[in-house]
Design a protein around this ligand. Structure first.
Ligand code: C2E
Ligand code: CA
Ligand code: CA
Length: 399
């Protein structure tokens, strides 16, 4: 099957051919390359292959190859091999991770046949589980991707000196209700949408799904904002703002109701394009939120040049608050910095009341997490909203 291809890159033909042979024994259709240029051309022609790459090569080293793969938005499993010490392999793995490249394993060379076989069998086992491009396209045609909605709430004090909350909107999180695979998590299919270069189609699909929900809410009097998530390639698509606005204009939905969430990693990948696209989105009336803040490597100094109105503290930091003094210091500092830059601050991943109290003590504006509600199908989300009977004007405007 096509998705069982593997491309092996190693400058030493003996080793490269040996690795490719073991991959073939493990069920792959393998091709060996001694030269990075030919290897990268093969990936461009066939982005669905898995790859095994050596780090030390004379013409172009493995880090440069990883950088090129990232630029190609390669998202298939990568095996990194090297005769260097383990620390170098670990550093290369880390480099791949921050460049959004999925590393399935790292192997020290020389590797024994059995060791290599195990790694390839694991890779083979997982690689055919991944959907193909045709399957994703068909899933869109059948409208199998559905938005589930998780409430966002304003954190407020109550009359008794305690803490309470008022619903103010929802975040839309995609699920794939696949006829063959069951319910598939976005962590699986979102990276594939980029690999398969389906970003524009998927963003339009997502946006249309959000507009259907907002139109229904307009009819039933739900004055909630709706946040959607975009990926790095969307932020680099110079036609995006106009396209989304045109779709919005066709419905009568106020763009101010729509919050577009972008991770700091996505915003900083090509900052110039991001600045163009994000500024135009704001000019068109959409709100912008900086997602997963605290997990990337960019600084607020760089990020404050981008026109965000909201900052979401990553759930890994929020869930660590109770257990770690250090994390508490970081979260409190992020809230203060956000406020000083005029941003609304949201804590995501709030799972208990003790964390909510801490956040309230630090004047965090909004919260989101299992403590309030899990992501819900749209009909249940609407029922949740009506049941929590929001008071005051929370009509999607951010503080
Ligand atoms: P995210 O934007 O950071 O979304 C929040 C994730 O945290 C969601 O996972 C949500 O279910 C989960 N979550 C919410 N509250 C809690 C909590 O209290 N505790 C814990 N442990 N987790 C909580 P989900 O739905 O699996 O989505 C994962 C990621 O997939 C999202 O992370 C987002 O980056 C991406 N994603 C989802 N839908 C879309 C989409 O339509 N387009 C794009 N580009 N990305 C999407
Ligand atoms: Ca998000
Ligand atoms: Ca997030």
């Amino acid at each position: 099957m096509a998705e069982h291809k593997i491309f092996v890159l190693d400058d030493e033909p003996d080793i490269g051919n040996y690795v490719a042979q073991v991959a073939t024994l493990s069920g792959f259709e393998s091709s060996y390359f001694s030269e990075p240029g030919a290897f990268l051309a093969a990936i461009e022609a066939f982005p669905e292959a898995c790859v095994a790459i050596d780090l030390q090569m004379p013409a172009m080293d493995g880090i440069e190859v990883l950088r090129r793969l990232s630029a190609l938005r390669f998202r298939r499993p990568i095996l990194i091999m090297s005769g260097m010490d383990r620390k170098v392999l670990e550093a290369a793995r880390h480099f791949a991770r921050i460049n959004e490249l999925p590393v399935s394993d790292i192997i020290s060379k020389p590797a024994r046949v059995e060791e290599l076989r195990q790694v390839f069998q694991k890779l083979h086992g997982s690689s055919h589980l991944l959907p193909t491009r045709a399957e994703l396209v068909e899933a869109m045609q059948r409208r199998e991707f559905v938005l589930h909605l998780q409430p966002k709430v304003r954190i407020v004090g109550d009359a008794g000196g305690g803490v309470s909350y008022i619903p103010c909107g929802f975040e839309g999180l995609m699920r794939w209700q696949s006829s063959n695979r069951g319910l598939v998590s976005p962590d699986i299919f979102i990276p594939l949408v980029s690999t398969m270069r389906l970003n524009a189609e998927f963003a339009d699909y997502l946006f249309d799904s959000a507009l259907v929900i907002l139109e229904n809410w307009q009819r039933s009097g739900v004055a909630a904002s709706l946040a959607i998530n975009l990926s790095a390639p969307d932020v680099e698509d110079l036609g995006l703002a106009d396209r989304l606005w045109q779709r919005c204009a066709g419905t009568g939905v106020d763009p101010a109701r729509v919050i577009i969430e972008i991770t700091e990693t996505a915003a900083m990948r090509y900052p110039e394009q991001a600045l163009d696209v994000l500024t135009r989105l704001r000019l068109r009336g959409f709100q912008l939120s900086l997602d997963d803040f605290g997990t990337g490597y960019s600084s607020l100094v760089q990020l404050q040049r981008l026109p965000f109105v909201e900052l979401k503290i990553d759930r890994s930091l929020v869930s660590d608050c109770l257990g770690s003094e250090h994390t508490r210091i970081i979260v409190k500092a992020i809230i203060d910095l956000g406020h000083n830059l005029g941003l609304t601050v949201v804590a995501e991943g709030v799972e208990d009341e003790a964390t909510l109290r801490l956040l309230h003590g630090w004047s965090c504006d909004l919260g989101q997490g299992y403590f309030f509600a899990r992501p819900l199908p749209p009909d249940q989300a609407e029922a949740w909203w009506l049941q929590h009977n929001p008071v005051g004007d929370c009509s999607g405007r951010l503080a």
